[in-house]
Write a protein that binds this ligand. Structure first.
Ligand code: NAD
Length: 445
C-alpha cells in the first residue's frame, strides 16, 4: 500500500519504518528541512533502539522516502497518517495548531480520494474538526473529492517503540465506515495477526481510549508515589508494599514503581488535556486532577530531600551535586517534562551547582536546558562525581543499576546518595558506608 506519514518524530518515524518493513511504500513528510536532510542522509535524528537499522534498510530498498512537501508526499497515497505533535498550551489545553495546519493543506492539495488517519493524540471531537477543515478547503476550491477521517491512536512507548509497534497489545481503529476499517485492517494485518488485537470502534471512543489509557497509567504512578510518601512517614517500605499488592492479580506489578514522578511528552500533557476536555463538557475530573497535582509535587521530592539533608550544614548554596540521568526515563533522549529539569532548577535556584550526565540525552539537554545557571552537562559518568558533595540518581538507565560503589565513594567528597528510582538496596548501601535516601523507604544515615 502507498502510505503518507506527516510528522516524522517518535511516532511518525517508527510507524513509517515499521509499515515499510512489511512491504508498504511510505512517504514521510516533515516541515523541518533539517529532519528531512538527516533522514535522507541515512541518519536518524532521535534515539530509539532498533530504529536506525530499520530506517537504513527500508530507505536503501526504496520503500521509505522523505520530503518536506505534503503535496508530493500524499500525491499517490490512499492513506495519510497525521503524526505531528500536539503539545499543551500554557493553560493545559491541547494545542491543535499542527494538526489543523496539516488538515488545511490536505484539503488544499488533495487530488483524489483519501483516508486521513489521526494518529496524534488529540481530544475527543478532533476527527470531526479535521473533517470540517478539509471540507472547508475543498469548498473553497469548488471540489467534492471523497475522503474519510479515522482515529487510530498510538500506544507505543519511547525506548521500546519499534518493539511496541511490531507487536502491539492492540490496535484501535475508530471509524463508522466499513471500507476505511477494511483498509486499516489490511495495513495492520501483519502486526495484529490475531483478529482480537484489532479493535474497531466509534471515532469518539477511539479518541477517548488513548486518553483513558494514559490517564490510567499516570494514575497508577501517582498512586504508588502517594503510597511511597506515606510509607516514609509511617515507617513502612514501599518495595515490600509493592510486592504485597502487586501479587494480587487484580492489581498487578506493572506501573507501580515509585519514583520522581512521570514526565515525557505524553502523560503530563494528556492528563491535563483530559481534565480540560471534561471541563469543556461541564464535568470536573477530580481524580485525574489529583493525579496531576500529586505528580507535580513528586517532581520536587528528591530536591527536597537534598535540601533537608544539607540544611543543618549550612544549606546547599556553594555545594555541588553529581546527577545521573536527565532523560525522563531510560532508553530515550527525550527530556520533555523530565523530572531532572525540575530537580536541577530547584537546587540551582538555591545556589547549588549541578553536574549532570546522561548516556544519550546530553546533547538534547544542552539545547533545551543548557542555559540554566549553575548547571554543567558532562559527557562522562565518572567525571561528574569528582569532588561533588553528593550523587543523585534520577533516570533508571541500566548502567546506573550496579555501579562501582568503591569508586563513587572515592570520587565524592562524602558518600551520600539520593536515589530517585530506588535502584539500590538500603541495607547494602548502609553496609558500604553510604548515607542513602530513596523514595518510600527509610533513609540510611
Ligand atoms: P515529535 O515532536 O517527536 O514529532 C512531531 C514531528 O511533526 C516533528 O518532526 C515536526 O517537525 C513535525 N511537524 C509539525 N508540524 C508539521 C506539519 N505541518 N507537517 C509536517 N510535519 C510537521 O512528536 P511525537 O512524540 O512523535 O508525537 C506525535 C504525536 O503522537 C503526539 O500527539 C503525541 O502525543 C502522540 N504520541 C506520542 C508518543 C510518544 O511516545 N512520543 C506515543 C504515543 C502517542
Amino acid at each position: 500500500m502507498n502510505v503518507c506519514i506527516v510528522g516524522t518524530g517518535y511516532v511518525g518515524l517508527v510507524s513509517a519504518a515499521c509499515f515499510a518493513e512489511m512491504g508498504n511504500n511510505i512517504f514521510c513528510v516533515d516541515v523541518n528541512p533539517k529532519v528531512v536532510e538527516t533522514l535522507e542522509a541515512g541518519k536518524v535524528h532521535i534515539y530509539e533502539p532498533g530504529l536506525e537499522d530499520l530506517v537504513k534498510r527500508n530507505t536503501a530498498q526504496g520503500r521509505l522516502n522523505f520530503t518536506t512537501s505534503l503535496e508530493e508526499g500524499m500525491a499517490d497515497c490512499q492513506v495519510i497518517f497525521i503524526t505531528v505533535g500536539t503539545p499543551s498550551l500554557p493553560d493545559g489545553r491541547c494545542d491543535l495548531k499542527y494538526v489543523d495546519a496539516v488538515a488545511r493543506e490536505i484539503g488544499q492539495k488533495m487530488t483524489g480520494p483519501k483516508i486521513v488517519v489521526d494518529k496524534s493524540t488529540v481530544p475527543v471531537g478532533t476527527a470531526d474538526r479535521v473533517r470540517g477543515i478539509i471540507n472547508e478547503e475543498l469548498e473553497k476550491r469548488g471540489e467534492s473529492i471523497p475522503f474519510d477521517v479515522v482515529s487510530n491512536p498510538e500506544f507505543l512507548k519511547e525506548g521500546d517503540a519499534v518493539n511496541d509497534f511490531m507487536k502491539p497489545d492492540r490496535v484501535v481503529v475508530g471509524t463508522e465506515n466499513a471500507e476505511s476499517a477494511a483498509v486499516l485492517q489490511q495495513l495492520y494485518g501483519p502486526f495484529a495477526r490475531s483478529r482480537e488485537k484489532l479493535i474497531v470502534m466509534g471515532v469518539r471512543s477511539a479518541e477517548m481510549t488513548k486518553y483513558a489509557a494514559n490517564c490510567m497509567l499516570a494514575t497508577k504512578i501517582s498512586f504508588i508515589n502517594e503510597v511511597a510518601n506515606i510509607c516514609e512517614r509511617v515507617g513502612a517500605n514501599v518495595t515490600e508494599v509493592r510486592a504485597g499488592i502487586g501479587s494480587d492479580s487484580r492489581i498487578g506489578y506493572s506501573f507501580i514503581y515509585p519514583g520522581v514522578g512521570y514526565g515525557g511528552s505524553c502523560f503530563p500533557k494528556d492528563v491535563k488535556a483530559l481534565i480540560d476536555t471534561a471541563k469543556d463538557y461541564g464535568y470536573e475530573a477530580r481524580l485525574i486532577q489529583s493525579v496531576d497535582s500529586v505528580n507535580n509535587a513528586q517532581k520536587h521530592v528528591l530536591a527536597d530531600k537534598i535540601k533537608e539533608y544539607f540544611e543543618p550544614q549550612g544549606g546547599v548554596k556553594g555545594r555541588t551535586l553529581a546527577l545521573w540521568g536527565i532523560a525522563f526515563k531510560a532508553n530515550t533522549d527525550d527530556i520533555r517534562e523530565a523530572s531532572a529539569t525540575e530537580i536541577i532548577k530547584d537546587l540551582t535556584a538555591l545556589g547549588m551547582k549541578v553536574r549532570a550526565y546522561d548516556p544519550v540525552a546530553n546533547e538534547r539537554a544542552r539545547e533545551e536546558i543548557g542555559d540554566i545557571e549553575g548547571l554543567e552537562i558532562i559527557d562522562d559518568q565518572n567525571a561528574v562525581l569528582e569532588d561533588a558533595d553528593a550523587l543523585a540518581v534520577v533516570t533508571d538507565w541500566n548502567q546506573f543499576r550496579d555501579p562501582d560503589f568503591d569508586n563513587i565513594k572515592r570520587q565524592l567528597k562524602a558518600p551520600i546518595v539520593f536515589d530517585g528510582r530506588n535502584l539500590y538496596q538500603p541495607e547494602r548501601m548502609g553496609e558500604a558506608g553510604f548515607a542513602y535516601f530513596s523514595i518510600g523507604r527509610q533513609p540510611v544515615k
